[in-house]
Structures are given as structure tokens and as C-alpha cells.
Design a protein around this ligand. Sequence first.
Ligand SMILES: [Fe+2]
Ligand SMILES: [Fe+2]
Length: 271
Amino acid sequence: MIRILFLGDIVGEPGRKAVMNRLASLREEEGIDFIVVNGENSAGGRGITPKIAIDLLRAGAAVITTGDHVWDQRDIIDYFPTEPRLLRPINYPDTAPGAGGVILETAKGKVGVMNAQGRTFMNPPLENPIPLAEAEAARMREEGAMAILVDFHTEATSEKIAFGRALDGKVSAVVGTHTHVQTADERIFPGGTAYLTDAGMCGPDDSVLGRDIDSVLWRFRTGMPTRFPIAKGPVRLCGVMVDVDEQTGRAEGITRISELSVDAADLPESS
Ligand SMILES: [Fe+2]
Ligand SMILES: [Fe+2]
């Protein structure tokens, strides 16, 4: 059995600090073998920088997934080809830097991680993720990775569930990201694929999707453009743990995580 932890969209410095502060103890307490985090909002809410990617990998993440905010920080574009453990959605054209999937060796065998983006209410419009994800899953299993986790980054619950069903039996887990709100529909599909519509975010708990409440409220009240600073205060860490039989690739358990962390302001500066 291999236990994989997935943490949803890390939002800004508070999210980053809370995740880095908790990763090692969570791994210890829960007996986690492999950690995947979504870093698409880790740089001030928009994208990810090379430094943040390095910090998250050093803190214990084996793979970092992203989403529609992947290119927001310019520096990351040239960094992508140098770091196979940082993924962008697989349904970008082949000309995009980086890759949408990676296989890593672990003490419990090869683990595959994939990142795909949906097409309903999402920008930019990308290729159909279903056939691409199916082909990548087949490639991973051919190369000996039976345990495969997919981060499906999109808005619509219908698209997420349909995608999860399409991949049932072909991967070990499909976990949604992007909405920043954790859903309570975790289950294991008949083919053995663990599924959760959205993992939720790792970001300030008193917020609107991690952003300052008053700023977002002002936008909704007035319709006028404004900045959305990252909110302050205690961070909620959201994600999911999936137990996978590494011989068959079937999920045997799925457990949501949603825990209130300390106030990131009380944590030391990330180096
Ligand atoms: Fe996000
Ligand atoms: Fe997103």
C-alpha cells in the first residue's frame, strides 16, 4: 500500500508557509509516502516562481501541479524544462514548456502524477483532456507506474465527475482543483479510481477563495475592477489522502483533510 497526500491550491505566502510548516509532521503522523501539491496560486495568488517551486520540493512535495494560473509569473516559463517534477496541464500544445505528467521512483515502486485542465468556464481553451489523459495513463502503466494520481483543474463539477468516470480503472485517483472549496463527495468508483470533485485550497480561512473579503465584496457590490490582496489570518489546509495498492493501482481508501493551521503571520519567514 502506498499512501499519497494531495494538497489543493496553495494560496500566497500564508498558504505556502502553512504548508511548509506542516508537511513533515503530517507525513509522519499519517504515514504518507508521497506528496503532491497544487502550486498555481502560491506566488501572491498568481502563479508560481522557481524559488517557490524549489522551496515546496525541499519541504517534501514530490510533485507540484498547476492550472490556469501556471504562466502568471514570467520566470517560471524558462524554469519548466529544467524541473520535471513541476507540471503544467497536459492539454497545452506540445510547444508549451514542461510536461503534464511525470513518473517518479519511490521505495514502493513507480508513481505517476498527471495534471490536466478542463474546458468549461476555463481559459485558455485547451485540447480535450480526456483522450490525452487516457493516453498518458496508458503510457504510465506501460512504463510500470501502477499508482497514478491526476489533478484535474477546472470549474464545473459536471466536467470533473465526467472526467473522473472516464478515467475510472485507468488511474488510481482523480482529484479536482481550481474552485478552492473542498467538496464532500469522496468515493471510490467501481473500477478502483478514488475521486474527489475538489480538494479545496491551502489558504487563509477567513477569505473569499483566499482573497481579502472586503476587496472581493467591493467588486461584487460595485462591479468595478480592484485588486484582491491575499487575506490574512489562520490558514486552512485542504487536501486528500489516497491509499493505493501499488501492485494493481487500485485505490483502497480516500480520506479528506481539512484542518485549521496556525496563523501564517506567526510562522518564520520562508527562506
Ligand atoms: Fe487556484
Ligand atoms: Fe485555477
